[in-house]
Design a protein around this ligand. Structure first.
Ligand SMILES: NC(=O)c1ccc[n+]([C@@H]2O[C@H](COP(=O)([O-])OP(=O)(O)OC[C@H]3O[C@@H](n4cnc5c(N)ncnc54)[C@H](O)[C@@H]3O)[C@@H](O)[C@H]2O)c1
Length: 345
């Protein structure tokens, strides 16, 4: 298949591209290259004849039309977004512009192209979203595909809005869409402002490891390579108009996750004292959701997909990757806002 992947210079999009090219797909990476982008993430495939790059803003409809006309894709995998909750607290405007308006322009460009091609049945618009659209859980329960939306941060509200647009374009115009809502990803090429890389890099630098609030917030952790595999499974085998929740089957409190990373580092790169002694509790994020948990029954039973690694295995690989790829993360540490406490409101 020929795929347009938006946000392909980001964390998850680049993993999707590496997997898609390895599986014989042709890929066009559409990315405007914000502070969160890094073309190094796709360096392993950038010389391939199956890969091309278009530096385009998804808010620019005319530029999107040209990309569709030039590349004539069989499918769109839409990952481009502003993705950091803390940044959405400080500056929600960009999140609305990119995640809502950008998705609108992309849907319209895809619809115009699909109509011009006589509405091919096999065309797919795959919208990649988050479990954060469902809000916050108590100690019990899991998010299913029919859980009511209840977003609580500017980020999750903008993603929820984009999900609604995608469903509406299917119901109203018949655009063949699939949606996925997944839990927190981690793994190689994770931008150094997100929790897991912050923990690894602060520990290695001997700096305090910040934990928001009491560290009791619970997240389900999904290894990014497993997510890319799940996304390609949904793209090729998912039912049109359907959404699929994707989880790692690994629920952990933040404090337990951080302790686990510290123990892995104690073994791999011993310091003069245990890394866990660097853990420092800091003011909580405003509106910090207590718990997210995914019920993965649909993707498991309908598409036969399950994650391939446990969180212990995935974290071990991730820590090793950061130890082996210092040049990659060092180059990103002077990007705007990285290393600063954002989103205190
Ligand atoms: N990271 C997670 O844990 C997670 C979990 C669930 C869902 N998601 C969703 O997956 C997608 C990818 O997340 P990520 O963590 O890889 O994000 P990321 O921030 O690492 O990458 C986003 C990419 O989108 C590009 N981009 C941003 N605005 C753009 C615009 N206007 N036009 C074109 N490109 C633009 C950026 O340059 C960047 O390369 C997002 O839609 C996010 O909501 C992420």
């Amino acid at each position: 298949m020929k795929l347009i992947v938006t946000g392909g210079a980001g964390f998850i999009g680049s993993s999707v591209i590496r997997h898609a090219v390895a599986r014989g797909h042709e890929v066009v990476n559409v990315d405007v290259l914000t502070y969160a982008a890094c073309l190094e993430n796709v360096a392993s495939v950038s010389d391939s004849d199956s890969y091309s790059f278009e530096q385009v803003d998804i808010r620019d409809r005319a530029a999107l039309d040209k990309v569709f006309e030039k590349h004539a894709p069989d499918a769109v995998m839409h990952l481009a977004a502003e993705s950091h909750v803390d940044r959405s607290i400080d500056g929600p405007g960009t999140f609305i512009e990119t995640n809502v308006m950008g998705t609108f322009h992309l849907l319209e460009a895809a619809r115009a192209y699909w109509i011009a091609k006589d509405r091919p049945e096999g065309f797919r618009f795959h919208h990649i979203s988050t479990d954060e659209v469902f809000g916050s859980l108590g100690e019990e329960g899991q998010f299913t595909e029919t859980t009511a939306y209840d977003p609580r941060s500017p980020y999750s509200a903008s993603k929820a809005a984009s999900d609604h647009l995608v469903r509406a374009w299917h119901e109203t115009y018949g655009l063949p869409v699939v949606l996925t809502n997944c839990s927190n990803n981690y793994g190689p090429y994770h931008f150094p402002e997100k929790l897991i890389p912050v923990v690894i890099l602060n520990a290695l630098a001997g700096k305090p490891i910040p934990i928001y609030g009491k560290g009791e917030n619970v997240r389900d952790w999904l290894y990014v390579e497993d997510h890319a595999d799940a996304l390609l499974t949904v793209l090729t085998n998912g039912k049109v108009g359907e959404s699929y929740n994707i989880g790692g089957e690994n629920e952990l409190r933040n404090i337990d996750l951080v302790q686990m990373i510290c123990s892995i580092l104690d073994e791999k790169r011993p310091a003069d004292k245990p890394y866990a002694e660097l853990i420092t509790y800091v003011t909580d994020r405003p509106g910090h959701d207590a718990r997210y948990a995914i019920d993965p029954t649909r993707i498991r039973t309908e598409l036969g997909w399950r994650p391939s690694v446990t969180v212990e295995q995935g974290l071990e690989k991730t820590v090793q990757w950061y130890l082996d790829n210092e040049d990659w993360w060092k180059a990103l540490q002077n990007r705007d806002g990285v290393g600063q406490r954002l989103g205190k409101a």
